[in-house]
Design a protein around this ligand. Structure first.
Ligand code: NAI
Length: 325
């Protein structure tokens, strides 16, 4: 179900102070949009470049714990990896009954890395838009879609607060969709685990195996920027309708010839089902936590392993030649 501007009542936020914790990609854009909507916004930040930016933009900028004491509604907009520690140290000890805690991603609450006390509202306002777009689309008057959900309703008013906040950040202009912390988490991680990067890698490797040079293969599959243009067609026209913008040869190739055989499709869907199962049962989240606790050694090893491959080296050479690095 969708909700729009007419469903949100900003007057439910009257007299409330919204604290934005983390003045980064999402924090800055959401704070600016809310201020323009007439909301009383303060910023909580560690002392870094983001805090300076927030001051420059004219927001009252306080240390995280101090802002947590002052805010009635808390937007937790620090990176997901550091969020449990920031929440435990600066936010949780300063919450009072009736506060509202808002997340832009379901991850930490869904996987219980953060378990808020039961006398506060816990809501999610998750933009389907990068940070800069959250500001730019609102300034342009169109807004952006979000997934929204109530995880915990201590006050009995969590839903009306959520839709009012969705309006304040400019999202109900385009519309918000009722979702859940789990749905947002699964869909978001699936997008990352879907395998786009490795599909392109395999494409280049097989082209090279079949006699195409690395330069030609890399240019063809992504470096030329054609893929960005096609991605834009997807956004503007839809996955299937964008085919009209291609030659008939290209459209037939994409539509009919590129379609995997039923057996290959079964195998790749089985793989994707397994990917989702490992997200849902928490295997990925536990592994990622283990990697971080281990000082990111596995992350670095995975990167180092790929850096040894001829592909990476060839890409480096090409990108130097193209003047991109
Ligand atoms: P970000 O990477 O821009 O960081 C935000 C701020 O966190 C930084 O400005 C920094 O001051 C602060 N910070 C970083 N480490 C810290 C630490 N150890 N202690 C205290 N403060 C620290 O974050 P971003 O990308 O805006 O993400 C915030 C939330 O929004 C996340 O939950 C993310 O999943 C969600 N989100 C992000 C989207 C995006 O396009 N970036 C899209 C939709 C949701």
């Amino acid at each position: 179900q969708w909700y729009f501007d007419e469903d949100g009542d900003l007057s439910v936020l009257a007299g409330k102070t919204v604290g934005v914790f983390g003045y980064g990609n999402q924090g800055r854009s959401q704070a600016l949009n809310m201020r323009d909507a007439g909301i009383d916004v303060i910023v909580g930040s560690r002392s870094d470049a983001s805090a300076e930016k927030s001051q420059e933009d004219g927001f009252e900028t306080l240390p995280l714990a101090e802002a947590a004491r002052k805010a009635d509604i808390l937007f937790v907009l620090v990176p997901d990896e550091v969020m449990p520690a920031v929440y435990a140290e600066h936010i949780a000890p300063n919450l009072v009954p009736g506060n509202v805690v808002n997340f832009a991603s379901g991850y930490n609450v869904h996987f219980k890395k953060i378990v808020p006390q039961d006398d506060v509202d816990v809501i999610m306002l998750a933009p389907r838009m990068v940070g800069q777009g959250v500001r730019d689309t609102v300034v342009a008057g169109v807004g952006f879609p979000s997934l929204v959900a109530v995880h915990q309703d201590a006050t009995g008013h969590a839903w009306s607060t959520l839709i009012a906040l969705a309006k304040a950040i400019g999202s109900t202009r385009m519309g918000v969709i009722e979702s859940s912390f789990e749905e947002e988490t699964v869909a978001d991680l699936f997008n990352e685990h879907f395998g786009f990067l490795h599909a392109v890698r395999q494409g280049v490797e097989v082209l090279v195996e079949k006699g195409v040079s690395y330069e030609a293969a890399i240019l063809e599959l992504y470096a030329s920027g054609e893929m960005r243009e096609i991605g834009q067609y997807f956004v503007d026209h839809g996955l299937f309708d964008q085919l009209k913008l291609h030659s008939r040869t290209s459209a037939f190739g994409q539509l009919a010839w590129a379609r995997p055989s039923p057996e290959a499709e079964q195998a790749s869907k089985d793989h994707l089902r397994n990917v989702i199962d490992r997200i849902k049962d928490g295997t990925f989240a536990s592994k990622w936590q283990e990697v971080q606790e281990g000082g990111m050694k596995e992350f670095e090893a995975a990167e180092a392993e790929l850096q040894q491959q001829p592909f990476w080296q060839e890409e480096l050479k090409l990108y130097k030649r193209l003047g991109r690095i």
